[in-house]
Design a protein around this ligand. Structure first.
Ligand SMILES: Cc1cc2nc3c(=O)[nH]c(=O)nc-3n(C[C@H](O)[C@H](O)[C@H](O)COP(=O)(O)OP(=O)(O)OC[C@H]3O[C@@H](n4cnc5c(N)ncnc54)[C@H](O)[C@@H]3O)c2cc1C
Length: 436
């Protein structure tokens, strides 16, 4: 039986495994296997909400093992560590007791055979070699990092806010490096977190103990990938919220308690968050000669097939695929979703011996969430000029729709409806920020 192995159950990989399982796995036309280093899936764009405690991570995770059982594929827990293209085998590394690979071995390394391999490993933070950044700044790639950030934020607020010793009290300095979508959304979420902490007395209600949020961007404006009007609007919303925005301000060094800027200035910081730039995982550079670009992304043809091997495909953030001319498909959840839907059809065709098609990325625009009822963005293809500008509640509603679309693709309509209702009830009954 044809064996399809998908490595990475993120925004794209999980949607693909679910569709293929229900189409090919259920009817016995193929064996579908999903490999992931984590036992549970969380949609990555939710991580900044986890980091500020406004999202219950337990309610928003999907356990791969159960999901695989319901959707007719097999889940293998572990890290992709090696590839043998001649034997058509991948190696999944051993599993240890601790999340970070410490403790006793739970499972040894395993070999998995494939006829078709799909690499969907996503991306990690790119620190661009800035001194001290990797050691002192927190990135937002995984659930563990988001949880670590949430605890650090809470502890700093407790220590410097209303509950701390009088001599320790003061402003909580938070530095966000990078004013792309993640940095901007995080800054707005932090203000929301601050308001809730004041409500519960964790932060005193006076200006001396508030969060001082600095957003540093090396480029000339915030949200550099979006139209200028969206960027201007986002900046003014942030400034109205009391967030300090510095553009054309590269960072040269990140220390434990301060950040050095390109112009020689130094700003104090309690917590530094790195939200600038991505690269694909390093393991992709050692996969039996598979061609990758300078940020480790697998170089693929327009069919999403690897340039190097006709049995290997890649999608999402870890794939380098041409969009138009010399523009590449951007690393976004909507691109991963479209590529998963495309590959689903392609892999069904491949099994039937039909030729592969060409992936066309459709940019539906971008939306940026700025707190509880504000969002800004631009939508493509809905006006004659090609783009319209949206903000306020409509934009916020559309922003939420992106996640609903992902949930529908992996969980179907009824589970999505129950999840929305459950989430609404939970938000009515629980504090707006997780306090423990
Ligand atoms: C905070 C934040 C906010 C964002 N907001 C938005 C947004 O609003 N809109 C938008 O379009 N995009 C947004 N993005 C980008 C979006 O999350 C990514 O583009 C999208 O998740 C990419 O999907 P993917 O399937 O390629 O990879 P991912 O969703 O990252 O999934 C990769 C999977 O691979 C697994 N994996 C990695 N390495 C290995 C290995 N060696 N072995 C086994 N498994 C492995 C990981 O555990 C993970 O499950 C945001 C990203 C972040 C971090």
């Amino acid at each position: 039986m044809h064996s399809i192995v998908i490595v990475g159950g993120g925004a794209g990989g999980l949607e693909l495994a679910t569709r293929l399982g229900n189409r090919l796995g259920k009817s016995g036309r193929a064996r579908v296997t999903l490999v992931d280093r984590s036992p549970t899936h969380i949609w990555k764009p939710l991580l900044h909400e986890v980091a500020v405690g406004s999202l219950d991570i337990n309610a928003s995770q999907i356990a791969y093992a159960a999901h695989a059982h319901w959707n007719h594929f097999t889940f293998v827990h572990g890290d992709l560590t090696a590839l043998d293209r001649e034997q058509k085998q991948i190696e999944v590394g051993p599993l240890f007791e601790g999340e970070g690979g410490e403790g006793a071995e739970v499972l040894p390394s395993r070999k998995l055979e494939y006829d078709t391999l799909v690499l969907a490993l996503g991306s990690r933070t790119h620190f661009f070699g800035v001194q001290g950044a990797e050691e002192n700044a927190i990135a937002l790639d995984t659930l563990e990092q988001a949880e670590r950030l949430r605890k650090r934020l809470l502890q700093s607020c407790v220590k410097k806010g209303g509950l701390g010793l009088p001599e320790e009290r003061g402003q909580v300095d938070i530095t966000i490096i990078g004013a792309g979508a993640t940095g901007v959304e995080l800054a707005a979420e932090l203000r929301r977190m601050e308001n809730t902490l004041k409500q519960f007395g964790v932060l005193a209600r006076n200006p001396e103990t508030m969060m001082r949020i600095n957003v540093l961007e090396a480029g000339p404006r915030v949200l550099p990938a979006l139209p200028k009007r969206v960027s201007d609007s986002a900046r003014s919303v942030l400034e109205e919220m009391g967030v300090n925005v510095f553009v054309a301000t590269p960072v040269t060094q990140v220390g434990a308690t301060n950040v050095e800027l390109g112009d020689g200035r130094t700003i104090p910081t309690d917590i530094t968050i790195w939200a600038a730039g991505i690269k694909a995982p390093n393991v992709l550079t050692s996969l039996d000669g598979i061609a990758v670009n300078r940020i480790n992304q697998v170089r693929v043809l327009r069919s999403l097939r690897s340039e190097t091997d006709e049995n290997i495909f890649a999608l999402g953030d870890c794939a380098s695929c041409v969009w138009t001319g010399d523009t590449m498909v951007p690393p976004r959840a909507q691109a991963a979703h479209q590529q998963a839907m495309f590959l689903f059809k392609q892999l069904c065709a491949r099994i039937d011996g039909r030729p592969l098609g060409t992936f066309e990325y459709k940019d539906h625009g971008s939306l940026i969430s700025l707190g509880s009822s504000t969002a800004v963005g631009s939508l493509a293809g809905v006006s004659r000029s090609g783009k319209i500008f949206v903000e306020g509640l409509i934009a916020e509603f559309m922003y939420a729709a992106l996640y609903r679309k992902h949930l529908m693709a992996v969980s179907g309509i009824w589970r999505t409806v129950f999840a929305i209702v459950g989430d609404r009830i939970d938000r009515m009954l629980s504090p707006r920020v997780k306090l423990h």
